[in-house]
Write a protein that binds this ligand. Sequence first.
Ligand code: NAP
Ligand code: G4F
Length: 342
Amino acid sequence: MKRALITGLTGQDGSYLAKFLLDKGYKVYGMHRRTSMDIFERVGDIKNRIQIVDGDLTDTASLIRLLREINPDEIYNLASQSFVPASWTQPISTGNITGLGVLRILEVIRLINPKIKFYQASSSEMFGKAQDNPQTEKTPFHPSNPYAIAKVYGYWITKHYKEAYGIFACNGILFNHESPTRGKQFVTRKISHSVAKIKLGFQECFELGNLNAKRDWGFAGDYAEAMWLMLQQDKPDDYIIATGETHSVREFVEEAFNVVDMPIMWEGEGMNEVGKYNGKIVIKVNPKFYRPVEVDCLLGNPEKAKRELGWEPKTKFKEIARMMVNYDIKRLGEKGLQAVDR
Ligand code: NAP
Ligand code: G4F
């Protein structure tokens, strides 16, 4: 039985990857940092099939202990401070976790067992003010926030440990991927949750920032397989994982309201733009959600992953919006606003 250690178990991707690896017959260890609340909601259904272990990417001693105790065959480093706006308000801890955290794990692998295979959750945010369209594995990076800059460090230190020490280390350069369990701060889930609240009469209107930003949005469930495939190849390499389609925040809003048969009409411009349904305002723009530097458009070319890994995205943009809105409607209907709107 192969052993895999996942950092970031409690996050969106951690839960999808844990389920995927369990289905492949792995013994799965999920790293969790101590918190004051129960945060195992995303892995509730598989909690008794995985080994939950304590550790923190800022605490090298905890990583040494875990690698000695578990001696995993594969490590998937999904843990990070992953919310871009928080990287401006907490730039140092973001650099420490999202950047230096990668080095801590790699150094512990080098010292304890350099045969462990390593996956690094790199990000399309590294392209930032993108130099090519679509972006490929050869596109230069131009990161535009402290999170993306920390991810560029994580990317290069992963490559360096491969080149300098022969560690089997891969970067998955994943474009945005969403799901019903996406954190509610991220724009797609903020929209699906707000649309559900409006449809069920809990709320009249919600606010967004830049409606024109474009992202290559895929489904998190499809992307877990790509992470695993990278570590099953003969040689370590880096891969773009994307859908090859880009859509604006505005289009995601329209699609989400279409799911509940509430077509949106837009009126006004810039900060004064509003979205209306049946003459009533349901969306406003609030500059509080604008970013000091915006990443205007991300679009990935997943050809290399298709060719070499045999990986393809399965879930289309409209299906992702439908899945997320329907989940939020069901959850709100079953549990009520107070239980889910924390
Ligand atoms: P997420 O939902 O924000 O999950 C992040 C995970 O990291 C959580 O389990 C969090 O634990 C954990 N974590 C944060 N700081 C930690 C620390 N100091 N020590 C140990 N664990 C810590 O992120 P995600 O969407 O699943 O993304 C997974 C990874 O892929 C992240 O590295 C992200 O940057 C990267 N990525 C994501 C996307 C995307 O579109 N989702 C795209 C490209 C790359 P708590 O639950 O305790 O906070
Ligand atoms: O959903 P977002 O916050 O995701 P963002 O910044 O693209 O980052 C996500 O994807 C990255 C991969 O490219 C990951 F590395 C990262 O960890 C994270 O998972 O914002 C998407 C877009 C932005 O352009 C933002 O300005 O939506 C725009 N937006 C407009 N209104 C908003 C809002 N974003 C948020 N979060 N909230 C808004 O109200």
